[in-house]
Design a protein around this ligand. Structure first.
Ligand SMILES: [Zn+2]
Length: 470
């Protein structure tokens, strides 16, 4: 009998070596690659099944296109939640910033996989980690067509009464959305006239791609805290000529949507923070490499009691920036968000202002080559990857008819004129991961572990729920 048991044990061991039991048996995600929203969803569902003792998956709400805003809660479920500190990670508020979602997803996968190690077990015994890899799924999905920041609030860009009636479409089959110019084969680059974006002219108005699937709304200017605030008398930063002050940021209300807290994605996140107490949160972005802390709408004021947590957040931000720099070998800086560039109604002002949550905007990827000699820290802190060169391709009128199936007359082309397709780096990188994205996501994970440890374990101490929200 004993012999039989030991033989059985030997067989079980051999079999389990061949077929990994429980978790990890499914296809491993390669974080060198980009993942579709469907892949993000199925990964989260798998984690919630494979690690059911430490995870719970729920939707915080849906978008204009009825996609779910998924949240994965990770914690040791056998310990009472009231004895734990909450930490939230909200990524991809901007649809095209997909390295942000990848960083959050990698963190979710790794926290689960490492959950039996001493370090992570201790974290999951004392903290609850909420991870929302994609807050703006509609914008995320659209960004596989062409990089797009806003959500898909139905918008009628060309005033024909139908929303999104001329969406960008790849008509020449090269896999990219090009910007369309007209000119002859000999027209120099600078003299080619921009006439639209790649599309078959779905709405047949002679203007290519003039009603694309994007709302123009920047969700990270649309939270219900100091919405659209612009204090020109007191804020010298507002008037400074800086790369981002003009346009949809603090100086205008363009891109802010209708009113604070009205977009479904923003509402869902605001409701989340009213329901789930957390002491620290991060909203994960790309575009630069930095850790930013509140306020976005004004400078730090040591005499204002609302600013009492800012020195703590400043110190944590400096530490996080150093960890990311050391891990990835790429520069990463920290700043008060307002001094980086002023804006209003950002998520971190909302979470700190309304709930006293220590809040950080973490930007994980600045595309392109760094310039170590630049005066501007932004240009000294890029990922150091070579972006694809802009491509130009000419189509004459015969090719326009036969290959592109467009009518040269409806486009107003004169004799000898044709179409120039310009495909820039942004178009060529849509849906593609940059070099070393796997290093980037691991760097973010290291930063997240430190961010978790920057809060005292064993229960929330700075989170508040205002009386009027109860
Ligand atoms: Zn962003």
């Amino acid at each position: 009998m004993k012999k039989f048991l030991s033989m059985l044990l030997a067989i079980v061991m051999v079999v389990s070596m061949i077929i990994p039991v429980s978790a990890g048996s499914k296809k491993e995600l390669d974080f060198k690659d980009r993942h579709t929203f469907a892949e993000v969803e199925s990964t989260l569902k798998d984690l919630s099944k494979d690690y059911s003792t430490i995870t719970e998956l729920f939707s915080l709400g849906t978008t204009w296109r009825e996609n779910n805003i998924w949240c994965l809660k990770i914690t040791n479920k056998s310990i009472d939640d009231s004895k734990k500190t909450g930490i939230a990670v909200i990524a991809n508020i901007h649809g095209g910033e997909q390295e942000a979602g990848e960083s959050a997803l990698y963190s979710a996968v790794t926290l689960c996989k490492e959950s039996t190690t001493k370090e992570i077990k201790e974290i999951l015994d004392n903290y609850i980690i909420y991870i929302v890899p994609v807050m703006n799924p509609d914008g995320y999905i659209q960004s596989f067509v062409l990089n797009n920041r806003p959500n898909l609030h139905p918008t009628d860009h060309n005033g024909n009464g139908v929303s999104f009636s001329d969406p960008y479409t790849d008509i020449n089959g090269d896999g990219f959305i090009s910007t369309i110019y007209k000119g002859t084969k000999d027209t120099k680059e600078a003299d080619r006239e921009k006439i639209g974006m790649e599309s078959p002219d779905w709405d047949k108005n002679g203007k290519l791609g003039d009603d694309p699937r994007t709302s123009g709304i920047d969700l990270n200017r649309t939270f219900n805290y100091n919405y659209g605030r612009y204090d020109i008398e007191t804020d010298p930063e507002i008037n400074k000529e800086s790369k981002s002050v003009v346009g949809s940021d603090a100086t205008t209300t363009n891109g802010n949507g209708k009113a604070g807290g009205t977009e479904p994605e923003v509402k869902a996140i605001q409701n989340f923070f009213a329901k789930y107490p957390v002491d620290a949160m991060t909203t994960v972005h790309t575009g630069q490499q930095s850790v930013l802390y509140p306020w976005c709408y004004r400078a730090y004021d040591p005499n204002n009691e609302l600013d009492d947590q800012i020195p703590h957040m400043k110190a944590v931000s400096e530490k996080l920036a150093k960890i990311y720099t050391d891990y990835t070998g790429r520069n990463f800086y920290s700043k008060q968000s307002h001094s980086d560039y002023p804006t209003s109604a950002e998520m971190i002002d909302y979470t700190y202002g309304r709930h006293r949550i220590n809040s950080y905007t973490i930007e994980v990827y600045g595309p392109g080559m760094s310039d170590p000699n630049s005066d501007d820290i932004y240009y000294r802190s890029l990922w150091n990857n070579k972006l694809p060169e802009t491509k130009w391709q000419f189509y004459d009128q015969k090719q326009i008819k036969e290959e592109l199936k467009l009518d040269p007359d409806s486009l107003g082309l004169k004799k000898g004129e044709g179409l120039w397709f310009k495909t820039d780096a942004r178009a060529q990188m849509s849906g593609k991961a940059p070099t070393d994205q796997d290093v980037m996501v691991k760097g973010f994970y290291e930063v997240l572990i430190e961010l978790i440890k920057s809060e005292e374990p064993g229960g929330n101490n700075n989170y508040v729920l205002p009386e009027y929200m109860k």
